[in-house]
Ligand binder design. Structure first.
Ligand code: MRU
Length: 360
């Protein structure tokens, strides 16, 4: 997608053929900084520190992390070390394990001398596949948005609510939840997006709003607890979120607060869709309650970071010293609350049989 009119992806390989570059998402929306990753350890740290984030992008970064490792040392031991280091970087998004498994599957049978080149080739493929998958998600999701258009009065916008950032920054390009939105906007449909701020890290306020601004999509940032009120007043036509892991039975794990939006949508008859690429499906788990939920630093809840009026980036504490703080990063929305799963193979029922049929 475009930043100030110039096309960017969230991650790419530099002209030297091996350095990995990624947009530093910790600095947005105030500063646009490109980070350079030159070792497997730096790739793992980029995932841990959320320099890169979002399930598909975490997967692509891990794939390039394996490639960087193989460039350094391509022994069996080095392969296993890189796998272990990357997979431990964050626990919830299954795309991380999927990408590391894909890389190991390709690399393990090869002689060490062939591993670095093969690793870059497979990582490039994973990145390209992600872009193609998201475009397909976009065209399937577009039909859901188009179906709402005839109900609108002339000039009235279709209101879509989204949570966290499942935009192009969370993937290699296009995004999952945002792909249908970008396509609908590009086709001339009048779209307005309600953007949940998504405390504590504010991926909605900082990243989704930034993306939508650069693409010219009308949007309004709202405090996380606003969605229910908007739905009660008929101000949301459709909810589309992303996900970090969907279980074999269709339960959806996503950024903390997603479940409450799904409950509000259910209570108000608002369709609640989840957009995902197939590497986000974990067929080894059949109950969302078994998904490991990441708990992050208390500081993310106890502080807020932003730009002061005179342009400085500052972090301030908002919780009394001494208060306990908990920071659960994800929650699980049961399949029964999900209207459908927008995948690269079409919009599926959030049911085990539909997922198994589509991705056997
Ligand atoms: O903690 P984050 O920012 O990595 O969480 C990201 C999300 O929860 C996204 O909604 C999800 O990964 C889908 S990204 C296409």
């Amino acid at each position: 997608m475009k930043v100030d009119g110039r096309h960017f992806r969230s991650i790419w390989v530099e002209g030297d053929g091996w350095t990995v570059a990624a947009i530093d998402q910790r600095r947005l929306p105030h500063e646009f900084v490109i980070a350079k990753l030159t070792t497997c350890e730096e790739a793992a740290e980029a995932i841990r520190s959320m320099l890169v984030r979002g399930a598909p992008l975490i997967g692509a970064t891990a794939a390039y992390g394996m490639a960087l490792a193989m460039r350094d040392e391509a022994s069996n031991a080095a392969l296993e070390r890189a796998y272990g280091k990357l997979i431990a970087a964050r626990p919830t998004a299954i795309n991380l394990k999927w990408a590391c498994d894909e890389m190991r599957k390709v690399l393990a049978p090869l002689p060490p001398s062939a591993r670095a080149a093969a690793a870059y080739a497979r990582a490039d493929d994973i990145a390209e596949e992600d872009v193609a998958i998201n475009q397909a998600i976009g065209s399937h999701g577009l039909k859901l948005i188009e179906a709402i258009a005839p109900r609108k009065k002339p000039g009235e916008a279709i209101n879509i609510l989204t949570h966290c950032n499942a935009g192009w920054l969370a993937t290699v390009d296009w995004g999952t939840a945002t792909a249908p939105i970008y396509l609908a906007h590009d086709q001339g449909l009048k779209i307005h997006v309600w953007v949940d701020e998504t405390r504590p890290r504010n991926q909605g306020a900082s990243l989704t709003a930034w993306e939508l601004s650069h693409h010219g999509v009308a949007h309004t940032v709202i405090a996380d607890n606003t969605g229910g009120h908007l739905m009660q007043h008929g101000m949301v036509d459709l909810v589309i979120t992303g996900t970090d892991r969907v279980t074999a039975n269709g339960d959806v794990c996503n950024k903390i607060g997603t479940y409450l939006k799904a409950l509000a949508a259910h209570d108000n008859g608002v369709p609640f869709y989840v957009a995902l690429p197939s590497p986000t499906i974990d067929f080894s788990i059949d109950d969302g309650r078994k998904i490991p939920i990441e708990q992050r630093s208390a500081d993310e809840v106890a502080t807020m970071t932003g730009r002061t009026r005179d342009g400085r980036i500052e972090t301030v504490r908002i919780v009394p010293d001494g208060s306990n703080v908990a920071n659960y990063a994800f929650d699980v929305t049961p399949a029964r609350l999900v209207s459908g799963l927008i995948t690269e193979r079409g919009v599926l029922a959030a049911e085990g049989s539909a997922l198994a049929r589509a991705f056997a």
